[in-house]
Design a protein around this ligand. Structure first.
Ligand code: ADP
Ligand code: MG
Length: 697
């Protein structure tokens, strides 16, 4: 009966209120259903006992039967550890505890036979096991155990209350054997058959107690299916709801676009840019509120594409805003857009954290009165005192740099209606990830670079080749080019990063005594940053030494060399972003990755990938493979994707399957009101998890 699943675990045999409370606090397990959905994170093979004489280093986990022959404390009082000598007929090893020493010392008894399970490590010719699992031999565990003993994650607090992995496994078993235990199937049998999925009830039994690898795999497949299926359902459902709730403003006119296009455009748009403008214009006329992601590799020309879309909104008498993550980038956008908008007779202003109070007030008033057509800014745009008269389109550049809440705040700034939303990213999101993350977001891709761009040549150099590097830089400067030299920002130690940067600046000043050199880092005042940026942009300085503040968006087409110091410290997407600062003009550009001689495997892989390709999508796929999805989106959004068992890098086929299924089901039965879908509806309703990532409207 379904109600058994909803029973509070407190009422299970051997649990009671105290343990139930702990389980709730530590593992969020409240009901029997929660318990069943608390899966093992690995399985141990307990079908074999090892002998101490046969132990080998790096052999993994072993199970040994033996006796404790001596117990003692070692080390100073603060770092005291508990050491027990453990022997079988063939030899002796040491068992060690660094934590919970006082508790363990009371528990362990010499002369008593135990079963020990753990990972032996060879040190000074002797094996030891740290924090082994240890249990007095009873008739129950003396025999060979299971091939697949489930191991559940627990916490120290629970263990102290005797709720260890074993206790959890016993509890789960008792549930599975309970006379009232029954799990309803939620998916049609023909869907199961067509996709070779096992029943939900079997999957739940086998994930906890598989008898073979095959059973385990079958169970995993079915449970991953469930997890992704409900996420996709939820995403589609929200999309339908959003379209119903938020009617979009209809933008019919586009005369400013025509004027710009015929009289003022600085270059011909690429086919990809034209296509994306069309896609967006279709949205803007559809009557639905647009929620679109424009992705395009660095340098693909997203800014001008967005500007044209802003002109559509302004043609219809609405205001627009564009928000960028850094002051440098916002300022650059402002100057870029102001040039065009002036020609069209439009009013544009900039608001950042360092805009002077009086000017800010003036701009804010103009914005509220409707005098301004375009407002460009940083996070300062989401402050409460920023009010619009009629905001029609919100553009967010480098959207992955903003948190979900920050973005939401901006598009709630319109009183009468939700504005259309266009978010842009140069960190291409692999398709699988985009489907999970942004199921309700339409995606436009600028998959073409402006004509005449040559792929950037990338090489790796070690520190030993510095003179070669300087020689190369010198020749490029002689040819009239400009150079970036970027140092990593070390989060743990800003002082250290600053020192690296300053040391670098000095050594470069010495190598290029006749060059004026720009420097840019996060600690500088905004006005100083802008001054340095301008000097570099005007080609008054040929070398820009900087931290990653220049990572996003900065556009100096004459720069042709990007040197990245300590390249091994950067993530792939960051390296790609940095490299994208060059290759923005017609000249051959270069990226030089400097690194120490010794690199970790991952760092080597990253650098290799950068040398081999300039394709942002390939790099993003590789990044996903190396780092996993959580990291890919940066700390702002990590955690949103903490899928319980599915892994979108591995399980994209299941993702596709569930997505299609969810789409079909909701297309035929949007309210899930048919009896056939009643269980799906119920399950969807009871899903506790908030699907934050789809809260984009
Ligand atoms: P991103 O997509 O990385 O934001 P930008 O919008 O900064 O790229 O554009 C990069 C550079 O390419 C800018 O100098 C811009 O003026 C130029 N650009 C954009 N579109 C075209 C085009 N169709 N033809 C030539 N140059 C272009
Ligand atoms: Mg950009």
């Amino acid at each position: 009966m379904a109600s058994f699943l909803q029973t509070k675990i407190e009422f299970l045999k051997g649990v009671g209120p105290v343990k139930a409370k702990l389980l709730e606090e530590e593992l969020l397990i409240v009901t029997v259903e929660d318990l069943l959905n608390y899966f093992p994170f690995r399985y141990e093979n307990r079908s074999h006992f090892s002998q101490i004489k046969d132990l080998e280093d790096n052999d993994g986990y072993v199970q040994i039967k033996g006796v404790i022959v001596g117990i003692g404390l070692k080390g100073e009082s603060k770092k005291q550890r508990l050491s027990a000598q453990f022997a079988d007929q063939t030899g002796e090893i040491e068992l060690l505890w660094f934590k919970g020493v006082n508790w363990m010392i009371k528990k362990l008894k010499a002369g008593v036979p135990y079963v020990v399970y753990g990972k032996p490590v060879l040190f000074n010719g002797k094996f030891s096991i740290s924090h082994p699992e240890i249990e007095i031999i009873t008739p129950g565990n003396e025999q060979k155990g299971d091939d697949y003993l489930p191991v559940y994650p627990t916490t120290e607090k629970l263990k102290r209350r005797y709720i260890d992995s074993k206790a959890l496994s016993k509890l789960v078993k008792s549930v599975l054997q309970h006379p009232s235990y029954r799990v309803d199937e939620i998916v049609d049998s023909h869907i199961l058959q067509n996709n070779r999925l096992i029943g939900y009830q079997s999957a739940l039994s086998w994930i906890h107690f598989p008898h073979s690898q095959d059973q385990l795999q079958q169970a995993l497949l079915r449970l991953k299916f469930n997890e992704l299926f409900f996420i996709q359902l939820k995403i589609f459902q929200e999309k339908v709801e959003r379209q119903e709730k938020h009617r979009g403003i209809v933008f019919k006119k586009s005369h400013l676009v025509n004027e710009f296009y015929t009289k003022h455009k600085p270059f011909e748009l690429t086919d990809a840019q034209k296509r994306v403008v069309k896609e967006i214009y279709t949205d803007l006329q559809s009557g639905y509120q647009m929620n679109r992601l424009m992705q395009g590799d660095v340098g693909s020309g997203k800014t001008i594409t967005a500007f044209i879309c802003m002109l559509i909104a302004i043609s219809n008498g609405y205001q627009t805003s564009i928000m960028a993550p850094t002051e440098i980038l916002a300022t650059q956008h402002y100057h870029g857009l102001a040039e065009f908008s002036e020609k069209l007779g439009l009013k544009t202003a900039l608001i950042t954290g360092s805009t002077k109070k009086s000017l800010k007030k003036k701009n804010l008033d103009a914005l509220k009165n409707g005098e301004l057509d375009i407002i460009v800014g940083t996070h300062a745009l989401i402050e409460d005192n920023v009010e619009f008269q009629n905001l029609g389109l919100v553009v967010i550049d480098e959207q992955h740099r903003f948190g979900v809440a920050q973005r939401a705040k901006l598009w709630q700034k319109s009183q009468h209606h939700y504005p259309h939303v266009l978010v842009m990213t140069a960190t291409p999101i692999p398709r699988t990830l985009a489907m999970t993350l942004y199921g309700d977001l339409e995606i436009s891709t600028i998959d073409q670079l402006p004509q005449g761009r040559k792929p950037i040549k990338t090489t790796q150099l070690t520190d030993a080749n510095r003179s070669k590097l300087f020689g190369f830089i010198r020749r490029q400067i002689e040819e009239g080019r400009q150079v970036y030299i970027v140092y990593p920002l070390i989060e743990e130690s800003e002082t250290l990063a600053y020192k690296d940067l300053m040391d670098g600046y000095e050594s470069i000043s010495r190598a290029f005594p006749h060059e004026a050199i720009s420097i840019l880092h996060g600690k500088m005042k905004a006005a100083d940053k802008e001054y340095e940026m301008k000097r570099f942009l005007k080609c008054e300085t040929k070398i820009m030494v900087a931290t990653t503040v220049i990572e996003v968006g900065v556009n100096v087409p004459n720069a042709s060399v990007m040197v990245i110091e300590n390249a091994e410290r950067f993530g792939l997407s960051q390296l790609h972003q940095l490299r994208g600062r060059v290759g923005r003009g017609a000249d051959q550009s270069y990226c030089i990755l400097m690194s120490g001689p010794k690199l970790s495997k991952e760092a080597r892989e990253r650098i290799k990938c950068m040398v081999e390709t300039t394709d942002g999508f390939k790099i993003a796929e590789k990044d996903l493979e190396i780092r996993g999805p959580g990291d890919l989106l940066g700390t702002q959004q990590s955690g949103l994707l903490d899928l319980k068992i599915a892994d979108i890098t591995q399980d994209s086929h299941i993702l596709k399957l569930t997505r299609e299924l969810a789409r079909q089901i909701l297309a035929s039965d949007p309210e899930l009101s048919s009896t056939e879908h009643s269980l799906i509806k119920k399950q969807l309703f009871s899903q506790k998890r908030h699907l934050l990532w789809s809260n984009i409207s």
